[in-house]
Design a protein around this ligand. Structure first.
Ligand SMILES: NC(=O)C1=CN([C@@H]2O[C@H](COP(=O)(O)OP(=O)(O)OC[C@H]3O[C@@H](n4cnc5c(N)ncnc54)[C@H](OP(=O)(O)O)[C@@H]3O)[C@@H](O)[C@H]2O)[C@@H](O)CC1
Ligand SMILES: [K+]
Length: 463
């Protein structure tokens, strides 16, 4: 499990640990890990030209002490001081081993720039000197390694309202922060490398499942299982306008853990579904529903509201989201909007949702009393009680027509097999992305190819 803590939680854990340790211990742990990560990033240290961008706080201190360690191993290290009070101990350590203070223009010939401008104490945005330095690095193609967080992003929300660093690597300490997992900031981090500095932290509200977590949650049949006990999913999706949505969502559902799929819809669409999947049967008892993908003119709001009020959990997708209202208890509903659909539900602009994904996913979950899976490069899943899961393993090739229908079918399958909406969403998003990675292999793919890769992605996960 990847946990992302708030700045307040990190500060509290840091204070508790610092009270037990000699002064400066945590910064030395951070700097040691940072120096090794930078050395690995460069593929060696000797002769490397390293420029440090140094702000006024401990983030700059980390960069200076790491710079001193790199200088001791033969790097040419230059500190660019962006504030009148750089960390005194760190600066002295660097100068004592042959590092020097230089100017922004030194960036032009650097192999790497360390962003020690601000960390968890920073406000969003970059001040003019820092912005000029960062732009110079970008202009000359010099990679930036962010110390703890890319400076300029909003650490606790993942928002990027102002200019910020775009890092090739982020080296963080103690735990992940929310900006490492939630877009748009997450996309500015590059790979995130976590250094353990011994912090003792409470469980985080924002978590990201890793392979072992998904494996532990996946419903695996056993010797006593039959097709009913494995779970039966009803699909109310597709229409004469969009018959493909029904076929694609069904393919996703069949590639999940359940034993049977029932399709409920117009005869012509049902025929198309059975042609692709002869094993699909008609109306009857189900343990969960997937409703909404490609319903078009078939949208029957009163019928959907009946199903939302019934006992079986529901995945509500695409057109079906129009049936959602903010009255009543919908804790067993998993809504799967993209940013535009979520914006319509909440009466705000799409761009606003894109810029503040965590905030609006949480707001919708609370307002409609549902679990919300907000699709995107990183998927944000918010439960009605404030818990958040983020999925980060997707490929941009997954942004293709029908991919959402696969996810809706798969998540329904996971719900029917007994997972909670939050777990079904997190496991579904993870496997959907894994299947996309398999079928894409770095090139184009299609929704059907993603759905067809799901069994293999699941096999690889479980083996
Ligand atoms: N917690 C831990 O466990 C550990 C933490 N460690 C490290 O400490 C870091 C946190 O250090 P920190 O608290 O000194 O804050 P930090 O982010 O360096 O600077 C804040 C100062 O910068 C300024 N400023 C604000 N916004 C700005 C902006 N946009 N652009 C420019 N300047 C801006 C503002 O001061 P001002 O200039 O306004 O007076 C503010 O006071 C943390 O990220 C990690 O790297 C590790 O050593 C080990 C363990
Ligand atoms: K930083």
């Amino acid at each position: 499990m990847r946990q992302a803590h708030t700045v307040e939680q990190v500060r509290a854990a840091e204070a508790a640990l610092m009270a037990k340790l000699p002064e400066g211990t945590l910064m030395q742990r951070a700097a040691a890990g940072l120096a090794v990560a930078v050395s690995n990033f460069l593929g060696g240290t000797y002769g490397a030209r390293v420029v440090l961008l140094i702000g006024s706080g401990d983030n700059g201190g980390d960069a200076l002490y790491a710079g001193a360690r790199l200088a001791r191993r033969g790097a040419q290290v230059t500190a660019v001081l962006l504030s009148s009070h750089a960390h005194p101990g760190g600066l002295a350590a660097l100068l004592a081993v042959g590092g020097r203070v230089g100017a922004t223009s030194d960036i032009v010939s650097a192999d790497v720039v360390l962003d020690g401008i601000v960390g968890i104490g920073g406000r969003p945005g970059l001040r003019p000197d820092a912005l000029a330095a960062v732009q110079l690095a970008e202009q000359y193609g010099v990679p930036i390694v962010a110390v703890d967080t890319p400076s300029g992003v909003d650490v606790d929300t993942g928002e990027t309202p102002e200019p910020h660093v775009r890092a090739a690597l982020t080296v963080t300490f103690g735990t992940h922060k929310i900006c490492h997992l939630v877009d748009p900031a997450a996309s500015a981090c590059g790979p995130v490398h976590l250094i353990d500095i011994g912090l003792d932290l409470p469980p985080a509200e924002v978590q990201s499942l890793q392979a072992a977590d998904v494996r532990a949650l996946y419903p695996i049949p056993h010797g006593e299982s039959d097709k009913y006990s494995r779970g039966v999913l009803g699909l109310m999706v597709g229409s004469p306008q969009y018959p493909g949505a029904a076929v694609i969502a069904t393919t996703g559902a069949l590639a999940g853990p359940i034993g049977m799929v029932r399709y409920v819809g117009p005869d012509a669409v049902a025929a198309a579904v059975r042609e692709a999947h002869p094993e699909v049967v008609g109306d009857g008892r189900v343990q969960a529903w997937t409703i909404g993908s490609g319903l078009g003119d078939e949208l029957d709001v009163p019928r959907i509201r009946e199903l939302l009020d019934a006992d079986e959990p529901v995945v509500l997708d695409a057109d079906g989201l129009k049936a959602l209202d903010d009255s009543g208890d919908h804790v067993d509903v998993l809504a799967t909007p993209h940013a535009g659909e979520l914006a319509r539900l909440l009466g705000v602009e799409r761009a606003t949702v894109e810029a503040e994904r965590l905030k609006y996913a949480r707001l919708a979950a609370e307002r409609f009393d549902v679990t919300v899976l907000l699709k995107g490069a990183t998927t944000v899943i918010a439960g009605p009680d404030g818990e958040v899961r983020v999925n980060t393993n997707a490929t941009p090739w997954l942004a293709t027509a029908g991919a959402g229908d696969v996810l809706a079918g798969l998540c329904g399958s996971l719900l029917a097999a007994g997972l909670t909406p939050l777990d079904a969403a997190a496991v579904g998003a993870y496997l959907h992305a894994s299947a996309a990675n398999l079928s894409s292999s770095g090139g184009p793919t299609t929704a059907i190819a993603v759905a067809q890769a799901l069994p293999e992605a699941t096999r690889l996960l479980l083996s």
